[in-house]
Design a protein around this ligand. Structure first.
Ligand code: HEM
Length: 506
């Protein structure tokens, strides 16, 4: 059968178009490489050049042994501060260079997005701040930012109420308690009160949990939905083939639970509008959910934002407290020094200003976030061809070309433990080093640039308050865990074996 000349013309045009786009892309990239003085990265860390199967196997092995972070650190020490690798079809640049991290998060912020994170987080988080890019993210940030000013995050009375409940569960006869479990309960209770005007009150239910209580059901569902995000991330593009009824049900439970509070906030907004119209005044105490409802009446939008902040803020603060108390239990002399500083309060609960003036406490928190950052690894996805300032050339000191579609993974954990930046004792927990330490981008527990953590002050205020109150109540801490700290790595990082300690009442 003779082919119509049109078929030949069409095929010819397609091939020409394909060649043209390839050649122009190649030439544009060569120009960019030349103009920026880029050189190829000296280290490629994968033996299987097509799918990086060896790298995936290694990650799975390390994850099972709970040594992901220390092995990442070793890899940077052996292969250089920036290297290439790949996972299935995804090319990856891994880096622990502060200059590169600054470039990704700040200087060339617009060259990157979140990549596949959105697919994994989407079912639970929708389009809220933590899971949005571009205009949508800017809009969320603009809307939420005013809710994180000093007055809002310094609700010391609320912290005190919850700490009091926590103290009830700490044995006063020196028997062993897992502080980590209590810290996780405390932060979900304070965060839900801060966000929804309704606390899960999980500390009231220790040891007597009613399976039918909706706060209990929500707490469990939220934990499960969060763990499931880690599984989604691990499965990547194959997640769609996974049967996951329990995960989907957990998400439904979380959404239904929060919707109730959103309905209340929208009712409040309608009443407020009515009062404005009629000129009657209203109690103007600040409540997070009501402030958001003043700015939008979109029910799903409000729920998305709230659940995003709950996810961003709950495990992180609990993990910071847990990691720090693990160190205290192994180095009781640090705890003793902290007690000396806190003695200046004469046993009184501190005010916000007093908390801020406790220097050694600040050093302890900073140091915990340095040696055990609760977000120890992160990544961004190049949405256009771009350049990193370091990583190219035999010594990694030349600029490196980053083709569109590359994932750039960065590791605060490895960066925070670089001996050339923090000294030969970089792996050790030593709060005193903060007397003279003034780090810049080499210290990044809360991220940097336009997407820097919004809850930093809230987290530090809560962690400081809880620490002071515990230090006031107990004169000594003793570790009941013979082993060293091991990573408990999910979306955030806490201690795998909890924080088992014995405490002596003051
Ligand atoms: C020790 C505690 C905390 C640490 C270490 C921490 C760390 C971080 C990090 C590393 C990010 C950047 C994530 C990324 O862009 O990939 C982030 C973002 C964020 N955090 Fe925190 N966080 C903490 C506590 C909190 C708390 C208590 C809240 C709220 C009450 C909060 C709210 C947020 C929000 C809303 C974002 C998203 C900001 C944006 O994308 O514009 N965080 N946090």
């Amino acid at each position: 059968m003779a082919h119509s000349p049109f078929v030949f013309v069409a095929v010819g045009a397609l091939i020409s178009y394909f060649l043209y786009t390839r050649i122009t892309l190649y030439l544009a990239r060569q120009r960019m490489i030349k103009e920026n003085g880029c050189q190829p990265c000296a280290t490629v860390f994968n033996k299987d050049p097509f799918f990086g199967i060896d790298v995936i196997r290694m990650m799975v092995r390390n994850s099972k042994k709970h040594i992901v972070l220390q092995e990442n650190q070793k890899r940077f020490e052996t292969h250089g501060k920036t290297y290439w690798t790949r996972a299935v079809t995804l090319p990856i640049i891994a880096t622990c260079e502060p200059e590169n991290v600054k470039t990704i998060l700040s200087l060339k912020f617009k060259d990157y997005s979140f990549g596949n994170r959105k697919t994994a987080f989407g079912p639970l988080l929708g389009h809220g701040i933590f899971n949005a890019d571009g205009e949508r993210w800017a809009n969320s940030r603009h809307m939420l930012r005013p809710n994180f000013t000093r007055d809002q995050v310094a609700d010391i009375d609320a912290f005190e109420r919850h700490v009091k409940l926590m103290l009830k569960h700490i044995p006063r006869d020196g028997s062993t308690v897992d502080l980590q479990e209590l810290f996780f309960r405390l932060t979900i209770d304070t965060a839900t009160e801060f966000l929804f005007m309704h606390s899960t009150n999980s500390l009231r239910m220790v040891g007597q949990e009613d399976e039918h209580n909706e706060d209990v059901i929500f707490g469990k569902a939220f934990n499960y939905a969060q763990e499931d995000i880690t599984t989604r991330l691990r499965f990547g593009i194959f997640d769609r083939f996974r049967k996951n009824e329990r995960g989907e049900e957990a998400i439904q439970i979380c959404h239904r639970y929060i919707d109730r509070f959103v309905d209340d906030a929208l009712k409040f907004r309608r009443e407020l509008d009515e009062e404005k119209r009629t000129g009657t005044s209203k109690d103007d105490k600040y409540y997070f959910i009501q402030e958001v409802a003043k700015q939008t009446t979109d029910k799903k939008r409000i729920r998305d934002e709230l659940i995003n902040i709950l996810l961003a803020g709950r495990d992180t603060t609990a993990s910071l407290l847990s990691n720090m108390y693990f160190q205290f239990s192994k180095k009781p002399e640090i705890y003793a020094k902290l007690r000396e500083e806190v003695a200046s309060l004469d046993g009184r609960a501190p005010t916000y200003e007093e908390l801020r003036n406790l220097k050694y406490l600040k050093y302890c928190l900073n140091e915990s976030l340095r040696t055990h950052p609760v977000v120890p690894g992160n990544s961004r996805f190049a949405i256009r061809d771009t350049v990193l300032p370091l990583g190219g050339g035999p010594d990694g000191q030349r600029p490196l070309f980053v083709p569109k579609g590359t994932m750039v993974g960065y590791s605060p954990y490895s960066m925070h433990r670089r001996k050339d930046l923090y000294g030969s004792d970089a792996d050790e927990y030593k709060p005193e080093r903060w007397e003279s330490l003034r780090p810049n981008w080499e210290y990044l527990p809360f991220n940097g640039g336009p997407r820097i953590c919004l809850g930093q002050q809230y987290a530090l205020t809560e962690a400081s308050y809880v620490t002071v109150r515990l230090v006031q109540e107990f004169s000594q801490i003793e570790s009941r865990d013979p082993g060293p700290w091991e990573e408990g790595l999910t979306l955030t990082c806490c201690s795998l074996n909890g924080v088992k300690v014995g405490l002596t009442p003051a």
